[in-house]
Design a protein around this ligand. Structure first.
Ligand code: PLP
Length: 248
């Protein structure tokens, strides 16, 4: 199977090859960049369902940004790995309910899954003043599946303007995130990623300073990079398969 360190190298090779194919600078980051510095691709290691030891191993191999999608599971992991701060970066990529916003505002660096204003408002109120602003992405339901979370594309602009107007010292809107339906071939994979890129471009034309496209996973990171992904969220290709019931 290979160690996490060798899988990290393999995923970085895939990212570099995809950047070369797309004519993009192969600047692979292990931490998300500050605003305006996001010219490359950040590799977000999705450690959900994997324990502290797996995160430590990836961290020892140089990885710094980790994605989690269950708040409860993540909080335990973040606490257990507090000795890796500062430097380690925690990204929430899963659903966020109102009653969990305070804990998230206190523990995370990024939230990719904002899909309604109330959640962003609570995060802004509850982000401790001594921490840097929480970095936010709006999750867009780009494949328009009724069953999935995310704001509908037609409602994204209104939500983006409202979130961007929240206090910038507490929350900073950085861009968009999507989890497209799985597709087998490259062109089919590119389509939803292109739609997300076009949506970001439309928001930029409306005057919003955004620089982040969080899209692409183990199976489709090449297609996402071809369409401009700045953060790819990779789990399986780094840590191996997850138990089916915990895979969502
Ligand atoms: C689990 C998950 C990923 C990683 O998926 P892999 O196919 O294992 O790479 C990425 N994004 C989100 C939102 C996830 O929940």
């Amino acid at each position: 199977m290979g160690s996490i360190g060798s899988k990290l190298q393999e995923v970085k090779r895939r990212i570099a090859a995809a950047c070369a194919m797309a004519g993009r600078v192969a600047n692979i980051r292990t931490q998300a960049a500050d605003f305006g510095a996001a010219d490359g691709v950040t590799l977000l290691a999705v450690s959900k369902t994997f324990g502290d030891a797996a995160v430590r191993e990836a961290h020892a191999a140089g990885q710094r940004a980790f994605g989690e999608n269950h708040v409860q599971e993540a909080l335990a992991k973040i606490a257990a790995l507090s000795d890796l701060r500062p430097g380690i970066e925690w990204h929430l990529i899963g659903p966020l309910q109102s009653n969990k916003t305070k804990a998230v505002a206190e523990a995370f660096d990024w939230v990719h899954s904002v899909d309604r204003l109330k959640i962003a408002e609570r995060l802004a109120e509850q982000r401790p003043a001594w921490l840097p602003p929480l970095q936010l992405c709006l999750q867009v339901n780009i494949s328009a599946e009724a069953s999935k979370s995310g704001v509908q594309p037609r409602d994204a602009a209104a939500l983006a303007h409202a979130v961007a107007a929240l206090p910038p010292e507490r929350v900073r809107l950085r861009g968009l995130m999507a989890i497209p339906e799985p597709a087998a071939d490259f062109d089919a994979q590119r389509l939803p990623h292109r739609q997300l890129r076009e949506l970001l471009a439309a928001l930029q034309r409306e005057g919003l300073a955004l620089d982040t496209l969080s899209m692409g996973m183990s199976a489709d990171l090449e297609a996402a990079i071809a369409e401009g992904a700045t953060i790819v969220r990779v789990g399986t290709a780094l840590f191996g398969g997850r138990p089916a019931q915990a895979a969502a």
